[in-house]
Design a protein. Sequence first.
Length: 259
Amino acid sequence: MIFPWIRTRRRRKLLAEAFPRQWFEVLKRQVRQFQYLNTQQRDRLEGCIQILTAEKDWVGGGGFQLTDEIKVTVAAYAGVMTLGLDEPYYFDRLKTIIVYPGAYMPHRSRYEQHSEFTPQSPRLGESWHRGPVILSWAEISGSQKQRPGNNLVIHEFAHHLDGLDGDVDGTPIIVDRQQGRTWYRVTEDEFQRLIHNAASGEATLLDRYGASSRAEFFAVASECFFERPHALRDRHPELYKVLTHLYCQDPAQWLPDAA
């Protein structure tokens, strides 16, 4: 366990360093949101990237060699989620980020070793409670991306935020009681709406995977909030509003319509 004053001093030193020029090129190439940020937002995002790339334990799954491009891209998308907060947030409870080159087969934990075997299918990402965030680089960048318009980093980091109160249940930490009541009403209505639309075969803005559980609904709603905020605001205005309160920002005000 690191003493807070040591961490604070180390972070001040990191933030005082110049942001590497080659990292700017990564942001312009990989992170669509970056070019639309104002100076204050860019400064905040750059600082978040410097802290996350330095402090987290970055692991390449299956021997994958992680480059600065991979680390900067992942850290940037996570940082975009925090731009509206009053104080910088560096995901202090997250220690390890694992990145595979593509879809991967999940490992059985020690809790599953004696359970009845069930076939496993390849995965694109996971976020374990009090554990690592796991990502597939092919789903984040490149022509092999399977879900255009979605964002795997935001999806898995939303799960991480969801679990900060102890349960990954689609309800992140909400301090204000009235805001909490509004959150429960709106998200439950929208979750049931997605279940009905998915079962009926109707076209949906939100990824239908969100109908599988309330936790997945929160994650796909967060993806849409940061990737297609105009469409979400127009088609699900109440859901968009509670997400603006949660993330303390309104991306439709600065990010052009993806369409």
